[in-house]
Unconditional design. Structure first.
Lengths: 467, 467
């Protein structure tokens, strides 16, 4: 038995459910399906109730038990009615089972609950034949069917290894927070390449654009690129030739997966299968702490919203603040956001300096531009003109004084004067934000842990790699 | 009489020589020509001695009296012999007249001297017919002939106004120090546009590329651009269709002339005709002094060399230092050089900061590059790695510590380790340079005056414009 075989056997012991655990999940899902069918009979237009997702496909990872119940509606039912019905029905079913339901939102609203350690999602779809999709979830039953047909017992374990590897490497999950690989995408990779190590070996050699078209919906890679446009990763959906299963995968997560595959292939280790928390506690000393220039915009949430909505708002706001800092004259080395999804949000930036220089370059028009005299008249007597105008090439430039130089003041001014493109949903909370310039000022333990990882700056799989 | 007429009359009073001054220059030039002819008879291969330049064309500006004596050689004389002969002959003639000769260098060596306030140049050329040019100076006698034919008494005064305006605006002179408009070019502009104000009015509306082809050597502007390539200013030489008289004019001086023309056209004032020294003493308070970040590389010259050589070396060194500072992580807002052409050189930079940030971004390869693991292995255990590697797009990045952060130390290190692309001719002197970070440290009065102008940052004509 090779070293890799040993590692994978050990990993499988961690992530493959035992027969009794499988039995438990089976019973839980049957119970929910039964309740859902019962409840469904009280509504018109519901044609079917099915179990979908990793529980149906038997590809779930131990510790990540999840039951997806799909309520199939007649295509004549209005979308509004469908949404209203699935929310009502979902809440009823989950309340009855003590499942603590809450409203969630991906493309459409759905209901999430929890039974013991099992997450339950009650989701609506239309019962349609391909390719007459009405809503985004209509394909799911066909995905389930396809994967079940293609994966035997052994291949299902390979999927589990790949998902666990992706989880530990920080590239698993298609949600906005992650923008990584979905479970279905992991399954398709195993179907395409045949196994876990085969997938890693292939992914180590990926050069974008990567195109995977298992069912040969297209004649060539070129044809796929013509249809989908140049993208780093295109995996044509076997059940829908017009859909890229990897469309949510960001270039970064795609690249991180390539790199993680290379590192594991070169020096395989069980640590790639260990949760990050187990690893980092050993290695986390912040390099250059006290010397580095960090700004943290830290604020409390006044209302709870679905994670995908919140992360979307947070990422948009991070981007808006980044652009604002840049237009104010700062270079932004790095930025990231975090939220506990309930109370606290933060956006962190690393900069070369917390203070702008005394002066900045201000570009004027070319000398042959009709506005050139206007520019000169505007600036020649201005107190903020420190030098110039001089000419470089054909253009005028001046050195202009930076009147506000401190980054904290600049952010506060930007937020209070609405000059930052923040997400509307966070604007009110942001106005009450604290702005810190060292992580020691942050009291919340989880926020601080995130900031330590931010300062370390390595993706999950790299902070355990020591060469 | 309009305001402009009054200003131009006043300017002409300042810059047009009086009849008795004209008489004096005439006599001086005749004397030198006579001596040169006498001396020439002792050499073989000299066919003629003539007076050229502004004295011959009667377009010189009062206070800038200059006599160009051309020694015409037979085309069969070797270039080496020609150069040797003109140096020998020039030194003899000027010594005899107490002219204090020194060796100069433009395209070829020539001899410069001084009689009273008159500068004398003794220059060699080959006596050839167009277009059989052998050396760069062969065209000059044809230039003289052309200009004399084209300019009447009145037009010669218009040339004087244009030259004086260009001098005061800091765009006159084709030498490397200036890279501006030559006297011949000013004459051609007057010939082309008809007068001083006409030239300024046209120049105010110049939009590059500007093409002037007085003798219609070409059918169209497009044809000229095809032959000379895209350039901001092309003035086809009337005596040589293959030569651009404005080839030495930098984009900056071209643009400065456009802007000066616009400003004078809009608010004409005699101050545009006043030497800079008269103006700046009134206006020179350094804005933001003490807050601005200035580095001055100040060094002594161990040997005297022709100004064009020295300025070329100095500009090359300035550029090398600028690139070195940028590659070291500094932004260079502005830079300039100065020398008294005898003892002292300096190169000045204005930067946002005198200190580099604690860290800088260091770019690694894309993840799909074969060297990616090498990059990781190199940096993962390196003490200077402060954060990362992380992935942005498909590429790796780290934050790397700047071990030397002070600009003075960085320049010293660069010079001592030969990591700056300096001119060879200055390398030895540069190693003993002083590096200052405030102009108060500079003792030399003229150097300090230059630095005050550098900090002001306006071209000559703009520091007298107050809107």
């Amino acid at each position: 038995m090779t070293k890799i075989d040993e590692i994978l056997r050990e990993a499988l012991k961690m992530y493959k459910p035992t027969p009794s655990e499988e039995e438990i999940l089976k019973r839980v899902s049957e119970k929910i399906v039964r309740e859902a069918i019962l409840e469904s009979s009280r509504y018109e237009g519901i044609l079917d109730v099915t179990l979908e997702g990793s529980a149906a496909k038997e590809t779930w990872v131990r510790g990540r038990e999840e039951v997806d119940i799909f309520i199939h509606f007649d295509p004549t039912v209005a979308l509004e009615t469908l949404e209203k019905t699935v929310i009502e029905l979902g809440f009823k079913v989950l309340r009855k089972l003590d499942g603590n339901p809450r409203l969630m939102y991906a493309d459409h609203p759905y209901v999430e609950g929890r039974l013991g350690n099992v997450i339950v999602n009650i989701v609506a779809c239309y019962k349609v034949n391909p390719p007459n999709w009405i809503s985004a979830t209509d394909r799911t039953p066909y995905h389930t069917k396809y994967v079940k047909e293609k994966l035997d017992q052994n291949a299902r374990d390979e999927v589990r290894l790949l998902k666990a590897f992706m989880m530990c490497c920080g590239v698993y999950g298609a949600e906005i927070k992650m923008r990584g690989f979905s479970g279905y995408l992991a399954e398709l990779l195993i179907i395409n390449y045949g196994g876990f190590m085969e997938t890693l070996r292939e992914a180590s050699n990926w050069i974008p654009p990567v195109v995977i078209d298992i069912e040969k919906h297209y004649k060539s890679k070129e044809e796929v690129l013509d249809v989908f446009g140049e993208r780093h990763l295109i995996v044509v959906d076997p059940v829908d030739r017009m859909r890229n299963v990897a469309s949510a995968v960001s270039e970064e997560k795609f690249s991180e997966f390539i790199l993680a595959s290379k590192l594991f292939s070169r020096s395989p280790s069980i640590s790639f299968f260990k949760p990050r928390e187990e690893i980092i506690s050993k290695t986390s000393t912040i390099r250059g702490n006290g010397e580095r220039c960090i700004v943290i915009v830290y604020f409390k949430l006044s209302s709870i919203k679905p994670p995908d909505v919140l992360w979307g708002e947070l990422k948009k706001t991070e981007n808006g603040l980044k652009k604002y800092l840049e237009s104010s004259g700062f270079t932004v080395y790095r930025s990231d956001s975090w939220t506990d999804e309930e109370n606290i949000c933060l956006i962190a930036f690393e900069l070369p300096s917390l203070t702008l220089p005394y002066v900045k370059i201000h570009q004027g028009p070319p000398v042959h531009n009709p506005n050139v005299l206007q520019f000169i008249d505007k600036w020649i007597k201005n107190e903020d003109r420190i030098a110039g105008p001089w000419i470089s090439g054909t253009r005028l430039y001046i050195l202009r004084r930076n009147n506000i130089r401190n980054v904290v003041e600049i952010i506060r001014k930007g937020l209070s004067e609405n000059r930052v493109a923040v997400s509307k949903g966070l604007a009110e909370d942001l106005r009450k934000a604290e702005i810190y310039t060292s992580i020691e000022e942050v009291g919340n333990t989880r926020a601080r842990k995130f900031l330590e990882l931010f300062l370390d700056g390595r993706p999950a799989f790299l902070d355990r790699y020591e060469g």
